[in-house]
Design a protein around this ligand. Sequence first.
Ligand code: SF4
Length: 305
Amino acid sequence: MAMYPSWSYSQSRAQTFDECLRKYYYHYYGSHNGWNPAQGSEEQVVLYRLKQLSNLYILFGNITHQMCESVIRGWMEKGAIPRPAYLETAMKNMLNDSYKESLHRELWQQDPKNRIMLAEIYYDDEVLTERIARIKERQHAVVHNLYRTAVWRELQQGEARIVEVEKWDTMLLYETKVYVKMDLLYRRANGDMVIVDWKTGKEGDFSDQLFLYASYVQEHYQLPLEKIEVRVEYLMTGEHEVYRPVQEDIDKVVRNVGRYIEEMKSCLDDDYYNRPKAESFFTPMPSRRACGGCNFREVCKYRAV
Ligand code: SF4
């Protein structure tokens, strides 16, 4: 059993680091080894469990991504696609099953990694009913908008060849492993490659991470940057954004990652083993916004809600 977690960088790690340092500690260090109740301390076990909590928005995003992946794979392998009504029912069933699963707290406590527990149910949040209504509206939109995207048109017309679908890989930046997983990568007949990001949230949710993906494609597929397009598809509204990153964009994002890595490493006593400083070093940064959606509310005495 490794004493400390392995070191890597991701955009969600950087977001948590910005949001609240104590939350960052709980998520990336305090919960380590908590998956094994026989070996982890009681605190590690509780933190590990809380780390696994999901919420309705995350769940909906995951289910939508699964739907897009299965539609694209089905198209690649059989040339057939399911009807929107079928997809909508499948999504509805998956959401309902997750809701029902979340009502069994004891079963989740025994297997938090493989069972679903929604934070809204776990914490008995008053936002639950309102969120369910919002997700129901979004469900219909994302299914119908998927088939209306320009990406889908290109794929269906046989003008593009799919290269990667939700495939994990890594790249190295500042000797740090950075995980890469594009929702979809395809190649046009003229050799251009298109990185697709499906969004289920609000518009303007473009993330720097996509420029890192462009840098990965540039290196991994030995492609000039001018031949790489980044496409963000907002499935809720049917809108999209297209970017053609230039080297300056990539350099800026890479420098930014470097700054995060440096700051994160300043929270370590030993950066070879990824051994963190004491918990007290990770200052809680309570706010209604951060604490309201924080999985660790139960154990954090600094919470603002
Ligand atoms: S409850 Fe608030 S202060 Fe505590 S870890 Fe979470 S976000 Fe930070």
